[in-house]
Design a protein around this ligand. Sequence first.
Ligand SMILES: Cc1ncc(COP(=O)(O)O)c(C=O)c1O
Length: 318
Amino acid sequence: MSETQVAAPRTALSGDDAWVWFNGDFARYRDAKLGVMTHALHYGTGCFEGIRAYWSEEAGRLYTFRAAEHFDRMRDSAKILHMRLPLGTAELCEVTSELLRRNGYREDVYIRPLCYKSAEEIGVRLHNLADGFLIYTSPFGPYVDVDKGIRCMVSTWRRQDDNVAPARAKCTGIYINSALAKTEAVENGFDEAIMLTADGHVSEGSAENVFIARGGAMITPPPTENILEGITRATLMQLIVEEMGLEVHERPVDRSELYIADEILLCGTGAQVAPVIEVDRRVIGDGEPGPLTTRLQGIYFDICKGRNPKYRDWLTPV
Ligand SMILES: Cc1ncc(COP(=O)(O)O)c(C=O)c1O
């Protein structure tokens, strides 16, 4: 790993000039190239993360949100795919901070680490193939509307089972399942898809975990419902108990429970905390973002922006 720290540029670097981390060193985007035979490109043999860094106007700096937890999860994903991350979590967090400094952002940013089978070889497998590793960063606003609420459909595409391809490993290839569901939803006039498991329980959104509110408690499907074990989900589960004094239950959720829920929210690094106001043309609650969701969203954003010292441990100042 390069030891040279580079001063932040006056304006953020983008496009070909942006810095990336590519196979063990910093490189300009234009110089980070992959061969057309790269295994991961053909067979989906990669795993990735999505991490956010939030710009704090008050502090005049970026804060990375729960980066260590993301890299720890990535190590688990890699293990499932017979891969190894090239660095420890602390080093990966340092590389990420240096990358953000070099690119000089003064706005919210998305960080995308990718571990992939880099061998330029034909043959479907995971063993005896070299791994590559990269991180790129990009300015990133909201992924879905977090203010007025989103409209969802229950997808006709089922979430794949753990024994088909494990959702808990954030594998590149598996995202074809999410992409099919998202495109179906958008082409049908909705904002997002909610997928069911093969046996008909609620699993998750195309890139989000699901919470519903019923009778003053919050409920979210357990990991055995083929979900990605979301960092935002774990964050919200803690905040619901500690900051709102409510119960949170991990249990199977039926499709029809979505229709009668008092509130629904989708959460994830990209989606953040997004109120759901409609599912399959049934209005949720009174069709506006619900009070529990709105409160939880406020607590979450305060923490991400560095305004709550109690959860400062979740942030890495860049
Ligand atoms: C399929 C899926 N589920 C859930 C999530 C939420 O995970 P996290 O909160 O760790 O970003 C994501 C986010 O990337 C996702 O792609």
